[in-house]
Design a protein around this ligand. Structure first.
Ligand code: FES
Ligand code: FES
Length: 155
């Protein structure tokens, strides 16, 4: 089947999509957007976090057909005009990236958190990111990155 949706502001189409295929697969393998990572494919790790109609979801749990006619925003879509999103800059500054596998999902989740709650407490951050697993950093640098991002002007 063909799936048509808007991805990062542009109309996109994917052909020959199998009914059981995930949105994650379509983004990475059919639309050339590998920023969204595939770590568990079971909704457990958050590395595939994207926006679907403005709500963060695990793309591995969304059937590609569910995206028909809808709007998807991936980590690639946060860097408008080639400029990094302040959350991306904050992750770099804080050294919150090691292997980087969790990073795109975390950045989308942090962007969403700050848009909903511009002054989150550490407890708010930990709760909001509870579904995003990182095997490398021990989370302290990620918390530091969120604090830095909160202190930056809204894009
Ligand atoms: S790859 Fe989707 S939650 Fe892990
Ligand atoms: S930086 Fe490696 S999993 Fe988070």
């Amino acid at each position: 089947m063909r799936v048509s949706c808007v991805v990062n502001g542009e109309p996109r189409e994917a052909d020959d999509v199998w009914p059981g295929e995930s949105l994650l697969y379509v983004l990475r393998e059919r639309l050339g957007l590998p920023g969204t990572k595939n770590a568990c494919e079971q909704g457990e790790c958050g590395s595939c976090t994207v926006y679907l109609d403005g709500v963060v979801v695990c793309a591995c749990l969304v059937a590609a057909g569910q995206a028909e006619g809808r709007s998807v925003r991936t980590v690639e879509g946060l860097a408008a005009g080639g400029a990094l999103d302040p959350v991306q800059e904050a992750f770099l500054e804080a050294g919150a990236v090691q292997c980087g596998f969790c990073t795109p999902g975390l950045i989308v989740a942090v962007r969403d958190l700050i848009d909903r709650n511009p002054a989150p407490s550490d407890a708010d951050v930990r709760e909001a990111l509870a579904g995003n697993l990182c095997r490398c950093t021990g989370y302290e640098h990620i918390l530091d990155a969120v604090r830095r991002a909160v202190a930056r002007p809204v894009p």
